[in-house]
Design a protein. Structure first.
Lengths: 368, 287
């Protein structure tokens, strides 16, 4: 992390002096991993579509959702991983985004993309309105945001005149661009182009002044304030950004699914998002991708396992929903105990410092 | 009104569970509601399904849930005793999801009827209350008294309070901090189980999160870590839920579904306006 910082600072003045082509070149240099990932995604439909029926799993279809949850998880990682503010209420922003976008498209009849922009704005606005909870710390903040999630859920369910209550909103138009055929593959590309832009933006953000400020707040907000950082404003900014990304993800999700109801945006969603951040890796942009990928793919793979094995699997085992929670709960607990820095941090530390991924780099000092 | 009081009693029991664990380990146990779920479902299984006498069923349910609490402390909390707050939060959330899934696996139905301790109503001058309500009330008072005496009169209780004040100093004077944490989880799980099994009439696998949020709200409203605060917070929450919902439905004519949001709104307001709770003392934070 520190090595990256100094490198980008060395490059930046150079990039500013140079022309447009230099700037593009330095951007590409700074985001090599992102480019490799983009190429990997670009060719994914080519190899994934033909094998979809053989392995009973449409990877492209699942990857659309991974893209959506990556956006939400990267936003939440800025808040939890970088700024150290735990939010258990991101289902609220996700839900607000989904409902805003869906209702603008379905009831008001506006184009999809206007709905999605409004979703981002609405979530950021809600984020600003509830920003006073950022005064709280640790458990208290977690519980207060959990309360926000519950309140948002209750309002989504009870404001039937607007949201349709438990019946939800149906026949939401799908994502489309003019001149592009409407199908799963084009949706996959749209979602991932947005997700990659967000990833590039966030990996730049965490190396910027704001990024350093929020990491300072994570260490100690008193020390950060003493260094001249406006702690409450930085927290509000990052919270609003995180909320806006949640809203964007929610908006995309509504159009991908074509149907939403309040139960999709219950606290379990918040917990899933937090799990993506934590299991993927805190303080890591790639952690969000890894976490979203793992937690979205895992249930799908377990669901298809019986089909790979054949018809001999007993029904209670074949029905994944029976023990989904057991697997999920165990992953959370075991990840916290054995790999508290998450998959990406654990593996990169293994490579970079030859350190076991099972050591906790965030371990508290014995003497406080 | 009696309904609000009965709910309040259940919130008191849950809030005390939160307090005990918070005091001895400094973490909030998100699985507290799941202890209540286990209490209710075990009581159902032993009394209605296996046909044991209700008294024995209740004792068994509490003991088994207490054992689950102890196992959870050893398996989840003990390895994380040096970890940071976020890790502890996520781990207890993971435990709560795990417990809920176990509940769903063994008790997949929507709801199970737990028998009343004694059925029927009791007619007092002017009011009629159900006998179950008296049981709820009596058992809550008994538990609060026992917990109070435990913390103030017994050696183990005093040791636990010492841990809450300063864990390092406590361990320097010879208190086994890690064992105190184990005792705290066992005690909190037992209280949670009691709350769950008197939470008549129904027990179901999905009740945990709902009760957990209510219990935490009660603990915060009263002042986190304070036994009598839990009593005040639980009663305040139970009654205000009843009153506010009544006000919303009768005066404003909106749906009762908003009741679920009352506790959450109260929680946020108290956290923002009076974070030390009704009975708490001011918090001074050292840097």
């Amino acid at each position: 992390m520190i090595g990256d910082d100094s490198k980008s600072q060395q490059q930046r003045p150079h990039a500013r002096q140079g022309g447009a082509s230099d700037r593009v070149l330095s951007f590409l240099k700074a985001h090599k991993a992102l480019l490799i990932f983009a190429v990997f995604l670009g060719v994914m439909p080519v190899w994934a579509e033909p094998i979809a029926s053989t392995i009973h799993l449409d990877i492209v279809l699942v990857m659309r959702l991974v893209g959506v949850f990556t956006i939400a998880a990267v936003g939440l990682n800025l808040l939890i991983g970088y700024a150290g503010q735990v939010s258990l209420g991101h289902s609220a922003f996700f839900g607000v985004g989904a409902y805003t976008s869906a209702l603008i498209a379905v009831k008001a009849g506006f184009p999809v993309w206007i709905g999605i922009i409004m979703a981002i704005l609405a979530s950021a606005l809600i984020g600003l309105l509830v920003a006073p909870v950022l005064r709280l710390k640790g458990h208290y903040l977690a519980m207060a945001t959990l309360g926000l999630g519950i309140i948002a859920f209750v309002f989504m369910r009870e404001m039937t005149w607007l949201t349709g209550g438990n019946l939800g909103v149906t026949s939401i138009p799908e994502l489309s661009l003019p001149g592009v055929p409407k199908n799963d593959i084009s949706e996959f590309y749209i979602v991932w182009i947005i997700a990659l832009i967000i990833l590039a933006f966030c990996s730049n953000l965490v190396r910027s002044r704001t990024g350093r400020a929020i990491r300072a707040i994570h260490q100690s907000d008193v020390a950060a304030a003493a260094m001249g950082i406006n702690v409450s404003w930085e927290k509000i900014k990052i919270f609003m950004l995180s909320a806006a990304l949640g809203g964007l993800a929610g908006g995309l999700y509504a159009h991908l699914q074509g149907y939403i109801d309040p139960n999709l945006f219950y606290i379990t969603l918040s917990i899933q998002l937090v799990a993506m951040v934590v299991v993927g890796g805190m303080e890591s942009i790639w952690g969000a991708v890894a976490g979203a990928g793992l937690l979205i793919f895992l249930p799908k793979i377990v669901e298809t396992l019986p089909r790979w094995i054949g018809p001999g699997v007993p029904k209670p085992i074949a029905d994944y929903s029976n023990y989904e929670g057991i697997v999920f709960g165990l992953i959370l607990v075991l990840a916290m105990i054995f790999m508290p820095s998450g998959i990406t941090r654990g593996l990169s530390d293994l490579v970079r410092y030859r350190r076991s991924p099972f050591i906790n780099p965030f371990k508290k000092q014995a003497v406080e | 009104m009696a309904n609000g009081l009965a709910n309040g009693c259940i919130y008191i029991l849950l809030a005390m569970g939160f307090n005990i664990i918070f005091n001895s380990t400094g973490i909030i146990n998100f699985a507290q509601g799941e202890f209540a779920m286990f209490g209710g479902l075990f009581a159902y299984t032993f009394s209605s399904a296996l046909g044991l006498p209700l008294f024995i069923a209740v004792i068994l349910a509490i003991l088994i849930t207490a054992a689950i609490g102890g196992v959870m402390e050893r398996a989840v909390i003990h390895p994380l005793r040096h970890a940071n707050v976020i890790a502890a939060i996520i781990a207890t959330i993971g435990a709560s999801i795990f417990f809920k899934a176990i509940g769903f696996l063994f008790w997949p139905n929507e709801a199970y009827k737990v028998l009343d301790f004694t059925t029927g109503n009791l007619s007092l001058p002017r009011v009629t209350v159900s006998r179950q309500f008296l049981w709820v009330f009596g058992l809550t008072i008994l538990s609060v008294t026992l917990v109070y005496f435990f913390f103030n009169k017994t050696k183990a209780g005093k040791a636990m309070r010492a841990c809450s004040i300063n864990r390092q100093a406590a361990s320097l004077v010879g208190i086994n901090v890690s064992r105190m944490s184990l005792y705290a989880f066992i005690l909190a799980a037992a209280l949670g189980a009691l709350a769950g099994l008197i939470n008549a009439p129904f027990a179901k696998y999905s009740i945990g999160l709902f009760l957990g949020v209510k219990g935490f709200t009660a603990a915060v409203v009263g002042g986190l870590g304070n036994t009598f605060g839990a009593v005040a917070g639980g009663l305040a929450l139970g009654l205000s839920e009843e009153l506010i919902t009544g006000f919303l439905t009768i005066v404003l004519g909106v749906s009762t579904g908003y009741q679920e949001a009352v506790a959450a709104i109260l929680l946020i307001l108290v956290l923002l306006l009076r974070p030390q709770g009704i009975l708490g003392k001011g918090i001074v934070e050292k840097v």
